[in-house]
Structures are given as structure tokens and as C-alpha cells.
Ligand binder design. Structure first.
Ligand SMILES: Cc1cc2nc3c(=O)[nH]c(=O)nc-3n(C[C@H](O)[C@H](O)[C@H](O)COP(=O)(O)O)c2cc1C
Length: 353
């Protein structure tokens, strides 16, 4: 076995590879298949209730006795603003018309931040997944101490040096360095601040040089050559999301899979117009419609997008879906997750690819 960073060897992982948590796309079967193949499988429970998350963790545990990662969202609660929300609905009204859908009268905060969710916190303390990771910010120091006292290792996403230094100061065990290439939501702590939009390569170098923590590279990594490049930059490991979407174990529906395997996968965009926070997905009618002014707060804006998509999808129209994918999307391969992990490892160790 390679002398990987202690973060990976202490978890007894055979490979320095993490399947990214993907709320709404990942499944217990996907996480278990990845963990059984010697990498770290993840469950994204950011949009789930405590009861749903518990069921997902228990289902995963029934399929693997290998370590797993459970990921939560630590965003600031939505600042509700009735005027902004009705302006946002008015902006989306033509799309609801186009889809033959009724414009909602009001929007909801469709899921809570982990930082206000005592039940999910207690559930994690009781079930003790090997790793818990944080996106969009950090939990309180009290909660962090309790998770660590329960023997749970922790990771958190950083998109810049400032966030990485906060993660290090909080006593987290590893930093996920999420570059601008990444699919899905940017884990930035405060979306109102200027986004430097650092590439994975620059961010990894910065964090390797300026923090003492293991750095996990994320964003646009699709194959063993990409993982090798990240390790050469000093990363301790790599976290891949988009690469796993086409696995049969993912929840992606046929339309998502077809889109990801089409020419359209080469055109992704980062937009806050779907959920209220910047996220990267394959450009479709909804993303092209964009935003006029600020969207409603996250995840309130997401409620509108999900309602629009639900009605349109029933009529076979998937132009309003959130097909999150990173810039490496055209390189995604459709293969079972265990086979993908084996392929990534083979490519990582090949002399040239
Ligand atoms: C469909 C999808 C859903 C995602 N959901 C989450 C999530 O729930 N939590 C999280 O921390 N990151 C999430 N991410 C971001 C990943 O953690 C990671 O940063 C990203 O996938 C890396 O870029 P790549 O997709 O190019 O590999 C998601 C990414 C995708 C593509």
C-alpha cells in the first residue's frame, strides 16, 4: 500500500479518494460501494430530516462495515424577505407559464441549517459515523467538541485561504479545497462576500503552504491523472463528485444521465439563480433565464426551482432541473462505483495515462 497521508491511513482507507457527498444524488448504495472498494463513501444529508438521514446511515451501515463520511450544511439561516421573494417569483413567472405550472403564492425554507438542527446533531452523536464533513460553514465549537469527543473525524469545505484558516483554527481534521471547477454548490461560508473563484490547483497550493492540515482537492477531478496531479500539488487526497453521477448506484434520473452524456455537458455555469447560492450545473433553460437582481435567499429560491421542475418533469420537460456538474463533466464515465474506484486507482498508478 502507498504511504498515504495519516488522515487516510488512520481510517484504514486503501486509496486517497473520497466520493463527494451529493445531497439528492448520492445514495446509501453508492457510499457503501465506494467504501467497500477501499475509498471513502459519503452521504449528503444536508437536505434531509434527521429521521431520513438516520435511515440513510443505517442502510449504508447494513451494506458496509468500512468507514463512511456524513455531510451536513452549516449555512446561516435564510434571511426571509417578502418583497425579495415576490420579486423572485415574478422573475420566474414566465418559466412557470412555459411549463404550464401555477406560480406558487409563497415560498418555504425547504430545509434547515445543521446549526439549528438539534435532532440531526444528536442523531450523529448517537450513530457516530467515522467522518462528518461540513459545507457552507462550520458548526459551533461546542458541537464540534462533542463530535470529536465521540471519536468522529471532521472535514470542512474551503473555497479560499480565509475559510481554510477558520477551519484550521476550529480544530477540524482536514480541509476540502473546493476549486471553481467543482460541480454543485460552492461551499463558501458567506455568499455575500467577494468570491475569488480560485482554481483547484491554486487553492490546493495555497492551503498546503499556509495551513498545517491535510488538504483534499475537489473540483474537476475525473480520472486517475487528475488525482495524481492533485497529489503532486501536495493534496493528501481527492474528492470527486461529478465522476460518480453516472454510477448505477446514484439517484440521478434518466434525463440527468442523458444530459451528462450529451454535448451539453461541456457547458456548465456557476449560478445562484437556481437555489439562491452559487452552484455549478449544466446550462439549461432555467440557468439561461438567470437572475434579474438578487435571487431569494438559499434555500428559499430552491423551493421555486424544485416546484417548477416537478411540474415540468411530469410532462417530460427537464429544462428546469438542477443538473449539477463540474467543468470536467464531459469526462464522466458510466460504470458501477466499485469499478470506477478500481479504474481511478489503476490510472493513478499508471506511468502515463
Ligand atoms: C450533484 C452534486 C451534489 C453535491 N452536493 C454536495 C453536498 O451535499 N455536500 C457537499 O459538501 N458538497 C456537495 N457537492 C460538491 C462536492 O462536494 C465537490 O466539491 C464537487 O463535486 C467536486 O467537483 P466535481 O464535481 O468536479 O468532482 C455536490 C456536487 C455535485 C456534483
Amino acid at each position: 500500500m502507498q504511504p498515504y497521508h495519516p488522515f487516510f491511513s488512520q481510517l484504514a482507507l486503501a486509496h486517497p479518494i473520497i466520493q463527494a457527498p451529493m445531497a439528492g444524488v448520492g445514495t446509501p448504495r453508492l457510499a457503501a460501494a465506494v467504501s467497500n472498494a477501499g475509498a471513502l463513501g459519503s452521504l449528503g444529508i444536508g437536505a434531509s430530516t434527521a429521521a431520513q438521514a438516520r435511515a440513510m446511515i443505517e442502510e449504508t451501515r447494513a451494506l458496509t462495515d468500512r468507514p463512511i463520511n456524513v455531510n451536513v450544511f452549516c449555512h446561516a439561516p435564510a434571511r426571509r424577505d417578502a418583497a425579495l421573494e415576490s420579486a423572485w417569483l415574478a422573475h420566474l413567472a414566465p418559466l412557470f407559464d412555459e411549463a404550464g405550472a401555477t406560480l406558487p403564492a409563497a415560498l418555504d425554507e425547504i430545509y434547515r441549517t445543521f446549526n439549528d438542527d438539534e435532532e440531526s446533531f444528536r442523531m450523529l452523536l448517537a450513530l457516530r459515523p467515522d467522518v462528518v464533513s461540513f459545507h457552507f460553514g462550520l458548526p459551533s465549537s461546542e458541537r464540534l467538541a462533542a463530535l470529536r469527543a465521540a471519536g468522529i473525524r471532521t472535514m470542512a469545505t474551503a473555497t479560499n485561504l480565509q475559510e481554510a484558516l477558520l477551519i484550521e483554527a476550529a480544530g477540524i481534521d482536514a480541509i476540502v479545497a473546493q476549486g471553481i471547477e467543482a460541480g454543485g454548490h460552492r461551499g463558501m461560508f458567506n455568499p455575500d462576500l467577494l468570491d475569488e473563484r480560485l482554481s483547484m490547483a491554486v487553492l490546493v497550493r495555497l492551503l498546503v503552504k499556509r495551513t498545517g492540515l491535510p488538504v483534499i482537492a475537489a473540483g474537476g477531478i475525473m480520472d486517475g491523472a487528475g488525482i495524481k496531479a492533485a497529489l503532486d500539488l501536495g493534496a493528501a487526497g481527492a474528492q470527486l463528485g461529478t465522476a460518480f453521477i453516472l454510477s448505477p448506484e446514484s439517484m440521478a434520473n434518466d434525463a440527468y444521465r442523458a444530459n451528462l452524456q450529451s454535448e451539453r455537458a461541456a457547458t456548465t455555469a456557476l449560478t445562484a439563480a437556481v437555489s439562491g447560492r452559487p452552484a455549478r450545473g449544466i446550462v439549461n433553460r432555467l440557468i439561461a433565464h438567470g437572475a434579474s437582481g438578487a435571487p431569494a435567499a438559499y434555500p428559499v429560491a430552491y423551493d421555486a426551482a424544485k416546484q417548477l421542475h416537478a411540474v415540468a418533469a411530469k410532462a417530460g420537460n427537464h429544462e428546469f432541473a438542477a443538473h449539477w456538474a463540474g467543468q470536467g463533466a464531459p469526462l464522466a464515465r458510466a460504470m458501477p462505483a466499485a469499478q470506477l474506484v478500481q479504474t481511478l486507482v489503476r490510472e493513478l498508478h499508471a506511468d502515463s495515462t
